[in-house]
Design a protein around this ligand. Structure first.
Ligand code: AQP
Length: 336
């Protein structure tokens, strides 16, 4: 059996402002992995264009996501940080995986159904094969671990299916079995306006999310305006069933303070939301304020950000090209 190097890959789309969901569900968790694994973090601009992106805004958002990662503690000296479109292995391997994945598998992907909505016939083909590109992102590095939010679980299962089918079709032990790393107290941060909808960059309501570009006042204001109910907080998380907005705010509090949700709930037992939201606003400003400020400082240093991305592209190419060449040999592509 092949022993694979313990390697982490993850990414974020530059499809809008980074949200508290991206931070708590993904980026915050990446920071602690840098000392244990070889870590590769990608601004997935090829994924972003599966829905329309204005070119100038996309360029800016690409730097902004890189700045957000670095401001959150991803260290360019420890991790490879780069943008996906500049490393050709991603798109090339995605094509091979388009030929490995089955239509039936992709038809079951709930993210496509949610994002395409009623307008399925008008959705881009790229949006449909998005999970194949995600599998390529990971497997172009033979990555073994992928830290993501809970919404990406199904896509990672598909990555495992693709890897297994490739190995079995070509009778090789080439791709590892990828392990999802879904951890923290906020694996699925919900909208501040609707506790049953995921907090998302592309939600038309600005008040539904906290952006990592919001200043301290705006962060506090959005928390104060977050939708809640009129009941006091109960003693345990189980007693919050059916109160999605309340549950979401407790989970956010717990994740921001590195505590357990149950512990936070018990601390506020019997209190109303006025007290809780005041404390949550203070905590959010304390934790996110320095990140948003550092991010905005980094955005004024475009050359520095571009140098980091260029260096990352070079390193990512060096890792992925030999793997891609082996894949070509396995598939039977002649290299004259
Ligand atoms: N609300 C969330 N809670 C927890 N984790 C989340 N992630 C995203 N939203 C939440 C995690 O962030 C990482 C990067 O996500 P992405 O940008 O690649 O795509 P997404 O999941 O489609 O994020 P958005 O914000 O909803 O983007 P749009 O609106 O453009 O589709 C992933 O690890 C994801 O799990």
């Amino acid at each position: 059996m092949t022993v694979f190097k313990q390697r982490v890959f993850s990414g974020v789309q530059p499809s809008g402002n980074l949200t508290l969901g991206n931070y708590l569900g993904a980026i915050k968790n990446w920071v602690g992995l840098q000392d244990t694994y070889e870590t590769i973090f990608c601004v997935v601009d090829l994924h972003a264009i599966t829905t329309w992106q204005d070119p100038d805004i996309l360029r800016n958002a690409t730097r902004e996501v890189a700045a957000g990662m670095i401001a959150s503690g991803v260290d360019p000296k420890k991790s490879i940080i780069f943008n996906q479109s500049q490393v050709s292995a991603h798109a090339e391997l995605a094509w091979i995986f388009n030929c490995v994945a089955r239509m039936g598998w992709l038809n079951r992907m709930t993210q496509f159904k949610e994002k395409a909505g009623k307008n399925r016939e008008r959705a881009s083909v790229g949006l449909y094969v998005y999970p194949d590109l995600m599998a390529a992102d990971i497997l172009a590095y033979q990555a073994t671990h992928v830290p993501v939010g809970a919404d990406q679980k199904q896509h990672l299962e598909l990555t495992r299916d693709i890897a297994q089918k490739f190995n079995s079709d070509y009778k090789v032990d080439f791709f590892p079995e990828v392990e999802p790393l879904i951890f923290g107290e906020a694996t699925r941060v919900m909208s501040l306006r609707d506790g049953n909808a995921k907090m998302s960059k592309s939600d038309p309501s600005e008040n539904s999310r906290i952006n990592l570009t919001d200043d301290r006042d705006l962060i506090a204001k959005k928390i104060r305006k977050a939708r809640t109910d009129s009941e006091p907080l109960p003693a345990t998380m189980d007693d919050l069933d059916g109160r999605a907005e309340a549950k979401n705010l407790i989970n956010i509090f717990a994740a921001l303070s590195d505590r357990k949700a149950g512990e936070v709930c018990a601390e506020y037992e019997g209190k109303g939301f006025a007290d809780f939201k005041r404390d949550l606003a203070d905590l959010s400003v304390e934790v996110l304020g320095p990140i948003t400020e550092e991010m905005s400082r980094l955005m004024s240093e475009k050359t520095y950000l571009d140098d980091i991305l260029r260096d990352g592209v070079h390193k990512a190419d060096e890792l992925s090209q030999p793997i891609l060449r082996q894949i070509h040999d396995i598939v039977g592509f002649l290299r004259p």
